[in-house]
Design a protein. Sequence first.
Length: 279
Amino acid sequence: MIIALFTNTQKRQSYEIACSVRDFLHEKKVHVLAHDKELDLPSLSSVAPSEIDFIITLGGDGTILRFTHHFPEIEAPILGINLGRFGFMADILLEELYPSLEAFLAGEYRIEKRPMLEATTAEGERCFAVNEMAIHRSPNPTLVDLSIHVDGIYLNTFSADGVIISTPSGSTAYSLSAGGPILTPELEAFLLTPICPHTISNRPIVFMPKNTIEVKYLCADDPVEISFDGISRFTMKTNDTFTISKSKRTFQLVNLAKTDFFSILRKKLGWSGQVRSID
């Protein structure tokens, strides 16, 4: 088995834990690679991308997203160790680290295959996202007008700070903060959420996976910005269009048998409802 380690280099704790995980995996006769040269391991490029069986990230959800953008050619399933705050995707807690790794190496997991988005910019460049693609006003001091077509059919023009096109995985991220609904992560669908629309009747809408969304920037103001998972960025000028659809790629996440999405929701969002019985 070949496993690659990817750390959050801004967290010293991440490096220290990665050293411990490296030694643990070596004891289990696992071949370990790393992006961080300080770990004294072979680099990710020392083998073909298809030879890497799993990725272990140490950080938070942002660390997972950075890995997918920095190494798009590596499509191995990701096991996330949470050293951050929320951790919807990186859900292994530090105090559960080694029992979780033991369970993982014993095969006590399943692979979640989650939908991703892909897009074509006005310049013809193709991009992808695990969580969301957000078109927002950026330096513009006022609302911007964004025209939306679905499969060539006009939907609406939103006067807003922008719009978020989100995957089910991203429905618990930026879209949730903007008032969007939560989708179960393996649902074959995607979501458009307006950001602070001027008309309160403008609501989020869920699309089928076969739909294609075209966004056109209508204002004669400064360019707006498109961000992909908050990592990659492009700009849109007046009358530029941006086309988004479900990607053929999937984002693969290792889910240990002891965890489920709904218990993660209750814990991370602080839901306090209790199961009650009626006597």
